[in-house]
Design a protein around this ligand. Sequence first.
Ligand code: NDP
Length: 272
Amino acid sequence: MGSRSRVSGKVAIVTGGNQGIGRAIAEKLAEEGAIVVVGDLRDDRSSGAHGGEGITALTLDVTKEVSIRTFVDEVLQKFGRIDILVNNAGLVMHKTIDDQTAEEWDRLMAVNLRGPFLMAKYVVPEMRRQGGGTIVNIGSVEGFMVNPWHSAYAASKAGIHGLTLALSVDLGPDSIRCNTVCPGWIDTDLNRAYVEMHPDRALIERELGQLHPVGRIGAPKEIANAVLWLASDDSSFVSGEMISVDGARTKKISLPAILDEEYRAKLTKVQA
Ligand code: NDP
């Protein structure tokens, strides 16, 4: 059978799937034959954002336990099982430690870290009853290394990486796998303001691309491809992993700008 069979007929939840990376994940899983339920703050059924075959949109606020319980019940009523949970909903804040308030810190953690914990808490019993399942979290390269002014965001993503390790160990005996995809810079609304606020948009886009050794930023569908693999049986012995999808951004050690290409070329000649 072709790749369609990898998640074909499986019921998948994607949180924050109305736009950006979540939307690409929902569309990819549906394209591969999964029955996808998107849970997001806004119910986009009326706007037609999820007119795609195999995608149902339901309202979900991952910061509210009651909303999660209602959402999971609704999914089970409609589709009878849950095979795949993709914890994607997230937000970012750019604040110095002096400006960041405790309320803002709590708000970010409620979406980025407490949300995935609560989603797993209410989905896992069903996966256990069915004899297994798979959880894919969207972490970040910022769980490993950090942009300035991102104390809450980086802490939340490092927390996701820790949660991934813990769930893989605790739920392995129930045949439930848990992995995390760590994106580099992906072109979505989450960080578009960075680019749009800069007076020289072409320059900032080029420089952002150059942070990634492949020479460009990523697209949501490139994250979706990795999620598909982790959600499918093709990765059946993979659990507890943080997989960077970042064009090698986290593999590059910076050198002082003064050691530019010309300088390195001279160095090569001296060594020859
Ligand atoms: P977007 O801002 O484009 O999309 C996030 C989605 O999550 C939105 O639809 C948003 O709804 C929804 N959402 C926010 N809060 C909640 C909530 N409480 N309950 C349910 N849904 C909610 O972001 P991206 O697609 O860029 O990011 C997706 C994930 O990828 C995030 O976890 C992010 O941290 C991570 N990531 C993104 C990177 C990037 O470069 N873009 C890099 C590394 C990681 P609404 O719009 O109504 O608020």
